[in-house]
Structure formats: structure tokens, C-alpha cells
Design a protein around this ligand. Sequence first.
Ligand code: SF4
Length: 282
Amino acid sequence: MDDLRIALSDALTRSVETLQDEWEPHDVPSPSGIASCRLRQWFDGKRIPRSNRIPAASIKKMQSGKAIEEFWRTAYERLGFSLLGSLSRVPIGQHMTGEGDGILVAMKDIKLDGVTIPSGRSYLLELKDLGLWSYLSFYQKGAEEGLPEYWAQVQCYMEGYDLDACILHAGQADASAVTYIWNQRKERNGWPDKPPPFLLEVIPRLPQELAHWSAVAQEVRYYVDNYNTMPVAIRDFDPFKTRYPCQYCGWWTLCQRGVVEEEVGVSDDEIDQAARSGAKAA
Ligand code: SF4
């Protein structure tokens, strides 16, 4: 029976991991990645195969995040909003397109404690299901500082859909871990109240943000179109020293290697070798 358990577990893990091979290639540059490392965007834009595959646990988390979106949509609808989902992809500046999670429209005057949302008011809705550290970061620092990649993403989407505000809503992907870490560290760090079960922030559209991210998009597009070897000049972190985001980057091993002579066909031996030399350098 143990042989069966092990064989089945291995097969299921491989089955989950192969899902990533079926995903449509991501547009580059795009609002969801525009605030990430510019070199990482270049790897993605050149369609260079990842040297570090997405593990099964991360794929499961991503799918869980999508599955829970319906739950939150229903909660907003019960307040009196209508949700326009399945939004069409829209151009954002010259070099990006994007597709938001939805647009909330108040179908009546929605009376909350001390605030009324007038009938017809609309907001971009962006739903996230955050892991432990992202959730705590959002709670402690707010969206602009604590979740800069999502902040940039919603600024771009607001521009694309011509909306003046966004509700960035985040649930806890692992409520037990959030509670555990909070309780362990609250006294040492002087943390205030325990985090609520979800967080939201109403974010205004800031035109200067789009100007900035459009300039980054133009730069990334230029390097993707014109560089077939790795443009180290746009590496935003030190992959030998930086734990986050480098160790979560799909091209970490290649980035440490420092040279990509061909867009495809980097052998496993070369990648293993790069990983070993990278580990020593770190
Ligand atoms: S490993 Fe780090 S520096 Fe290299 S591409 Fe990824 S995020 Fe950028």
C-alpha cells in the first residue's frame, strides 16, 4: 500500500505541475507584472523557459485564489452592488493591455455606517487571496507601500477602464498562519490589533502613476524587441543576495548565470551547474 501511496503522490504532483505548461503565454509588459524586476519581464517577454519551475503547492494556491473570487463577488452583490465581470481587454498606454477582475456598480443608494454610496457609483474591483507575509504587509503598510505590484496594477486598470477609484480587496489564503504569526510576534514588534479576516482599500486613480508605468513598459518592450542576450543593465536586484523576489523568480538560476546566449535550449546540465555556482556565490 505504501508503494501505491508514494507512486500516486508523485504522479499527482507531476500532474499539477504540468498545468503550468498549458497556460497561455502572458503578455509582456502587462499591468500585473509591470512593477516587477525589469529583467524578469525580459525573460518572460522573450519566452525563455523558466529555469525554476512553479511548484505544485504554488499552483494549488493560485487556483484556490481564483476559486474564492466568486465568494467575495456574491458578498458585494448582497450589499446592493451589481458586478460587471468578464471585462474586455483594454489598451493601457501604448504598450500594455489589461483585463480587470470586475467593475462594481451601486444599484441603489447603499447606506453604510456614516457613509452612503450613491446609486450608479462605480469602482474597479480587484480581488486577491494573499499568503501570510503579503497579507501582513498590506495590513501594516497599506497598499501603496505594502503591495506595490498590485498598486501599480490597479492604477493601470483604472486608466484602461476610465474609472476614478478601485476597491482592492484581499482575503487571507492561510488564516491559521496569519493568526499564529501575529500571536507569536505581536508583543516583540508592538503590533496593534489582530488582523481582520479580510482587508480592503479604496484607491484613487493617480495620473502620474500611469505616466511612470508607461515609461517602464516602453523600456521593457524596447529590451524585449532588441536584445537577444541577457540585458544585465535592467536587473533590478542582486540574484546572489536577494531572497525576495529573486528566490521566487522563475528565472533565478539563469539570472545568476548572467548570460543567455540562446533564447531556448539551455540544457539541464547548464542550469544545474549555474545553480551550484550561484549557491557558492551567495
Ligand atoms: S532573479 Fe531577481 S534579479 Fe534576476 S530576473 Fe529574477 S527578480 Fe530579477
